[in-house]
Ligand binder design. Structure first.
Ligand code: 9MR
Length: 374
């Protein structure tokens, strides 16, 4: 396996990429032996990656993930439809597979996700039609079962995922009533379903890190600015009401078709931290434009440039937990989700390792961001 950037990538890359991949005698070269987690750890940052349990059957992939990540996050196995597909019948096998492999290799696992509007089995959506009391009881039982099972293994859960409505100008804008996304939970229980979820999680596990996770809040667009405003206002309200919430997860599914500037993100992270919460980056990946250049090196340079701009901003703002949504272009939703995958059949190259598991310029960009630009 190649551990260095292919020469053609370096030759065709712009100045920033040159800076990222040059100087083999420096910290970055040593980083090549460590993996991203090793590089991040030196700065007090925990780096991890999301995965599907089924992909652990791919030994080469597993080795690469083992080398790079100190923290694991289940892409599917912790979601309601995966873990409690039938009422009161837990399917913990695939999540346990991730937990066991993590334990064997000394990696922590974070949980994803307890309360979300997607990946809900029909028995839940039907049940939620019963109104507030039904909602409270379904939520409480799920938390009893799932947190009861994961308490010994998982110390950080996405308790509420994606509660904010997408403003006008987003890819998938929603209409009112307010800042919150209209979900089966909101309809059943009203806006305080969010606070209830955090309270219930804390009641079941006093020292679990309780995280609220959201997307569409990273880039320099009017829609992202409005979504940041909405999220900040929700978080401030939750904190004002003494809700047991510990952290906000910034998903970071970035798109090269959107502009990015460090300042709005910096301000947002500081504002969140100002409420007393931690800020994590939970799902970084980078979607290329559909008319991306043909040349692989040029494409990788653009991805690396965005990865560095984003990650260095987050790290400088004090983010200490940083995950990518996958580790390799071999397995990623970016290439199998309609509307996200490129219609031309070209594959997005938006993760640190290529399909062949070799380190790409995005790897170097993250390594450099984690090591403080040196
Ligand atoms: O990447 C995930 C995809 O494979 C699943 O089909 C989908 C539904 O479970 O969820 C995707 O992951 C999402 C994550 O759970 C929450 N943030 C956005 C992610 C990408 O859509």
């Amino acid at each position: 396996m190649t551990l260095v950037t292919p020469r053609r990538a370096v030759l065709a890359a712009p100045a920033l990429l040159m800076a990222l991949t040059k100087s083999p005698s420096t910290a970055l070269a040593r980083a090549a032996e460590d993996g991203l987690a090793g590089v991040a750890k030196k700065r007090g940052i925990t780096y991890g990656a999301a995965l599907l349990a089924e992909n652990l059957a791919d030994e080469n992939y597993k080795r690469a993930l083992d080398r790079e990540a100190a923290l694991l996050m289940p892409i599917w196995e912790g979601k309601w439809g995966a873990i409690e597909p039938q009422e009161a019948v837990l399917n913990t096998g695939p999540l346990k597979q991730i937990i066991d492999w993590g334990a064997a290799e000394g990696k922590a696992v974070r949980g994803h996700t307890l309360i979300w509007h997607e990946s809900l089995p029909e028995w839940v959506t039907k049940g939620l039609k019963g109104g507030r009391n039904a909602g409270i009881s379904i939520m409480a039982s799920h938390m009893d079962r799932v947190l009861g099972f994961t308490k010994p293994f998982i110390r950080d859960w996405d308790v509420v995922n994606e509660p904010i409505a997408d403003p006008p100008g987003s890819d998938t804008p929603q209409s009112g009533p307010g800042d919150l996304r209209r979900t089966p939970w909101l309809e059943a229980m009203g806006p305080d379903y969010i606070q209830q979820a955090f309270i219930m999680a804390r009641q079941r596990d006093a020292t679990l890190r309780l995280t609220l996770n959201e997307y569409g809040i990273e880039e320099d667009t009017p829609a992202a600015e409005e979504k940041r405003r909405r999220l900040l206002s929700l978080v401030r309200e939750l904190v004002m009401k003494s809700t047991p919430i510990d952290a906000v997860g910034i998903q970071a599914h970035l798109q090269l078709s959107n502009p990015f500037r460090p300042e709005p993100l910096q301000r947002f992270i500081s504002a969140l931290q100002g409420t007393g919460l931690q800020v994590l980056v939970t799902e970084l990946d980078i979607r290329e434009t559909w008319n991306a250049p043909q040349d692989i090196a040029a494409r990788d340079a653009l991805v690396a440039e965005r990865a560095y701009a984003f990650a260095s901003t987050a790290v400088e703002a004090g983010v200490k937990t940083f995950l990518t949504w996958g580790i390799s272009d071999r397995y990623t939703w970016l290439n199998d989700t309609p509307g996200v995958a490129m219609p031309s059949g070209r594959k997005h190259r938006g993760l640190p390792l290529g399909e062949d598991l070799s380190r790409k310029p995005m790897w170097q960009a993250l390594a450099r961001a984690f090591s403080g630009g040196s």
